[in-house]
Unconditional design. Structure first.
Ligand code: 6GU
Length: 227
């Protein structure tokens, strides 16, 4: 997979991709992540990329020309499965969407800053808008990091233990069960006996029951979608 990220703040985004699983995925050429800045596509000496909004609202808007030139320079080189704009008014990010995006070859991510990008860039180029939750970030960059992380870990071969990504919370519509490692007793608290039993059928039934119970307690809204 190739991911092209348009941002004026690449330095804000680089470190999450320079550690752990996402780093290894790049080293193994399972994913390439490239950063591009609209500042390189301005034609004024100050490299201005934002301007006041029409209508007199507060804040600044990213101008369409530099973004358009950058997007078109990328489109000249390859086609994209999706051109994604990260925005709080986008589709709420869910595991199902991450699963389908993990099967794509080329993704373009556009991070807005200030009040966002000129609507015409969205109208002309963007075909998917994603939000990572009902709260406001200072820009799309951190949301793009979240999106990339959730997609890349799903690319086949990226997570060593193949079953691991499939047993995550949400992957089957339920929250994950509690997990334990050594020691068997910690500060007086015991690991549930069933997990020590070696009986995998029983363990699986217990995990499922705990998943259901946790979901019922914490996220009953998820049970409506689960069958
Ligand atoms: Cl994608 N962008 C911004 N700026 N804020 C957000 C968001 C995105 N998702 C939730 N809040």
């Amino acid at each position: 997979m190739r991911i092209d990220i348009i941002t004026i703040l690449p330095e804000l985004m680089k470190s999450p991709f320079e550690a752990s699983i996402i780093k290894r995925a790049q080293e193994k050429n399972q994913v390439e992540i490239h950063f591009h800045t609209p500042r390189d596509f301005t034609n004024n000496v100050h490299k201005t990329i934002d301007d006041k909004p029409y209508g007199g609202m507060a804040g600044m808007v990213m101008m369409p020309e530099p973004l358009s030139l950058l997007i078109e320079s990328l489109l000249e080189k390859r086609s994209y499965d999706k051109i994604i704009y990260l925005t709080p008014d986008g589709e709420p990010l869910k595991q199902k969407r991450a699963n389908s995006l993990s099967l794509c070859q080329n993704l373009m991510l556009i991070c807005g800053h200030y009040k966002g990008i000129d609507q015409r860039i969205r109208d002309l180029y963007v075909n998917l808008e994603i939000s990572i939750g009902d709260y406001v970030l200072t820009g799309g960059e951190l949301a793009a990091c979240v999106l990339v992380d959730t997609i890349v870990r799903l690319i086949p071969g990226v997570i060593g233990n193949e079953t691991s990504a499939l047993t995550d919370s949400f992957q089957d519509g339920l929250l994950a069960p509690p997990i334990y490692t050594r020691p068997e007793v910690f500060k007086g608290l015991e690991v549930p006996k069933v997990l020590l039993s070696g009986n995998f059928e029983k363990i699986e039934a217990w995990n499922f029951q705990m998943s259901q119970q946790r979901t019922q307690e914490r996220r009953p809204d998820l049970l409506d979608e689960f069958d």
